[in-house]
Design a protein around this ligand. Structure first.
Ligand SMILES: [Zn+2]
Length: 154
C-alpha cells in the first residue's frame, strides 16, 4: 500500500485534497460537504510539558497508594502495584511478575521520563535565550531520545 501524506481524502464524499500545514487550533473543512478533513494540534510544547508533569504526578500517586484493599471481619489487607508484582515474583508464576512489573511500572515510567526529557529540551530549544551550545545539545539529546523510543517499540 502506498501512502501519500501530502494528500487527504474526505470521509464523506471521497474527494482528494492537498494537505497544507494548519496553524495553531485551525481546522480544515471542505466547503461542499462541510466535513472536517483534519485538525491542527491543540497543544504546544508548554502544554505537552504540563500534561507530562501531571502524568508523572499521577504515576507517583498510582505507585504509592494502594490499588486494592480488602476488609473482612476486622482484618484489612491492601497492596500497591509494586507489592502485587513482588508477590507474584515469589510464586510459581515468577516470569509473569517480571512482565507485570514492566507493563505497569517500568514502561510507563520510561515513557513519561523520555517524553519529559524531550519536551524539556524542545522547550529550551524554542526559547530565544538558548545558546548555540544548548541548542546543539538539545538536538543531540532529542536524537538519542528518538532512538530509545524507536528501540522500545520493537
Ligand atoms: Zn467531503
Amino acid at each position: 500500500m502506498r501512502t501519500v501524506p501530502a494528500l487527504v481524502v474526505c470521509e464523506h464524499c471521497d474527494g482528494v485534497y492537498r494537505r497544507r500545514a494548519p496553524g495553531m487550533r485551525e481546522m480544515a473543512r471542505r466547503a461542499q460537504c462541510s466535513a472536517v478533513l483534519y485538525l491542527a494540534s491543540q497543544l504546544d510544547v508548554d502544554r505537552w510539558l504540563v500534561l507530562t508533569v501531571a502524568a508523572a504526578i499521577v504515576f507517583v500517586i498510582a505507585n504509592v497508594c494502594p490499588v486494592i484493599r480488602i476488609s473482612l471481619q476486622g482484618l484489612h489487607s491492601e497492596t500497591t502495584l509494586w507489592q502485587s508484582a513482588a508477590v507474584l515474583a515469589h510464586g510459581a508464576v515468577a516470569p509473569i511478575a517480571l512482565a507485570t512489573a514492566v507493563m505497569i511500572v517500568v514502561a510507563p515510567l520510561l515513557q513519561i521520563a523520555l517524553l519529559g526529557w524531550v519536551l524539556a529540551f524542545a522547550r529550551a530549544g524554542l526559547s530565544g535565550s538558548a545558546s548555540p551550545t544548548i541548542a546543539a545539545r538539545s538536538l543531540s539529546s532529542f536524537a538519542t531520545a528518538r532512538r530509545i523510543c524507536r528501540a522500545s517499540r520493537r
